[in-house]
Design a protein around this ligand. Structure first.
Ligand code: BGP
Length: 458
């Protein structure tokens, strides 16, 4: 069967500054943490040794072209542009981003730019990071500077990439700096991120720029083990905490009332100011990026909560390992292709069918060299992964979902936070020693699909 996509469908991939550019002058929380605890990073590889995009941007954009991308998302590094977060703008960073943006446009590849992709300037973390409202103001100024510098040529902006992840990693589950475990502080970080998002949207609208502004959220559909009311309730609370805590403010302009009531009853609400609600209402977006990797399966708790243990989302559910689930064993994530369709249908039916696109989807695989045939990685598993997801995406579109494109994570193998270079996601293989780039089979498959705006599958 032939799966054809609408005209002007966005075909591309996503990456981020910290994961691709390489070392910079401004220190981030990642540089700081790596210097202190290199053991927390796979093979002791830190964020200064990423994929040398800072040097190779021009030839890398040629490769994007070869992959027939018509769009590409990356981020601006706040710490590169404004090394101390609040002061002088670094002119070399302005030159760099200008060159990248201009070259993308010249090659017919529409730049999609994220303002914050997990890379907090250390100077901002030192004053409390997202726990401090001054950082919200500093971020707003940074966003405004980006709009002024690049807003004439960048028409698709994203305030944050997966804003829940620094909340989970930094304040609940110990996989981002500052490695705190404290729900109320996590809630404050999440809340201030929403305020920062809304202020950036407000500033963008006030500037009357030609483009549009949105956010990228990792939506993880919550599936209950069964239709038993206790399981359904567990899935509902997981959905409130991990999806709707950002989805509702950015699409509906307000938090779900039951999430607020739940946190209030456990005395976990962040401090709010009376003017915040009006600001949040102004943060409604033009375009939603959806990152989809895995579903969340939950069941009601089997055991009582230990009241001495820190308050956690898991007070309300247990994770459920569904028998027979398909796993990506390298990343430990379930692969469930219909999830992408369920997300789109939920957006269509419950959120007014917003303009959206799949901004990340992907499969990290360890030790991919074993699949080399005639000098090229033959990653059939990735082609299978993409085409299966695309058939579900296609079904969503044919049923009226407003999905405008599909971006893969990622373009060239890049540095994955604590996993460093363990799992490879790219369409293009990166040899870490020589920095040589070689297109994988999946890259060729994607290039053909983008060119034809369709693919064939039985
Ligand atoms: C998303 C992030 C990316 C990327 C990807 C793969 O959550 O937006 O930055 O890293 O996941 O995940 P990981 O690198 O943790 O394997």
């Amino acid at each position: 069967m032939k799966y054809a996509f609408p005209d002007n469908f966005w075909w591309g991939s996503a990456s981020s500054a910290l994961q691709t550019e390489g070392a910079r002058e401004g220190e981030t929380t990642w540089d700081y943490w790596f210097a202190r605890e290199p053991n927390r990073f796979h093979n002791g590889v830190g964020p200064q040794h990423t994929s040398t995009f800072y040097q190779n941007w021009k030839t890398d954009i040629q490769l994007l072209k070869q992959l027939n991308h018509n769009s590409f998302r990356t981020s601006i590094s706040w710490a590169r542009l404004i090394p101390d977060g609040i002061g002088e703008v670094n002119p070399e960073a302005v030159d760099f981003y200008n060159q990248v943006i201009d070259e993308l446009n010249e090659q017919g590849i529409t730049p999609f730019i994220t303002l914050f992709h997990f890379d907090m300037p250390m100077a901002m973390q030192e004053i409390g990071g997202w726990e401090n409202r001054d950082v919200v103001d500093a971020y707003t100024r940074y966003a405004q500077i980006c709009f002024e510098l690049f807003g004439d040529r960048v028409l698709h902006w994203f305030t944050f990439n997966e804003p829940i992840v620094p909340v989970e990693g930094g304040y609940l589950y110990d996989f981002h700096y500052p490695n705190v475990v404290d729900f109320r502080r996590a809630a404050t970080v999440a809340y201030h991120t929403v305020l920062a998002h809304a202020k950036a949207v407000q500033a963008y609208r006030a500037g009357h720029y030609a483009g549009e502004i949105g956010i990228v959220l990792n939506l993880t559909p919550s599936y209950p083990r069964s239709q038993n009311p206790a399981d359904v309730k567990a899935a509902h609370i997981a959905d409130l905490m991990f999806n709707r805590s950002f989805l509702d403010p950015v699409l509906r302009g307000e938090y779900p009332a039951d999430l607020v009531a739940l946190l209030k009853s456990y005395d976990q609400l962040p401090a709010c100011k009376p003017e915040d609600s009006a600001l949040i209402a102004e943060g409604k977006i033009d375009l939603l990026g959806v990152n989809y990797y895995q579903p969340r399966r939950v069941k009601c708790r089997d055991s009582a909560v230990n009241p001495q243990a820190p308050f956690m989302p898991e007070w309300f559910f247990d994770n459920y390992e569904m028998p027979g689930r398909k796993m990506n064993p390298y990343r430990g994530w379930e692969i469930y292709e219909p999830g992408i369709y369920d997300i789109l249908v939920n957006l269509r039916d419950n959120y007014g069918n917003p303009r959206c696109f799949i901004s990340e989807n992907g499969m990290g695989v360890e030790n991919e060299q074993r699949f080399i045939e005639n000098g090229q990685i033959n990653d059939q598993y990735r082609i299978e992964f993409i085409s299966e997801h695309l058939t579900w995406l296609h079904k969503g579109i044919s049923e009226g979902c407003n999905c405008l494109g599909y971006h893969m994570w990622t373009f060239i193998d890049n540095w994955s936070w604590c996993n460093a270079y363990k799992n490879r996601y790219g369409f293009i293989q990166l040899d870490l020693k020589t920095q040589q780039r070689t297109i994988k089979k999946s890259g060729e498959w994607f290039a053909a699909t983008a060119l034809n705006n369709s693919f064939e599958k039985e």
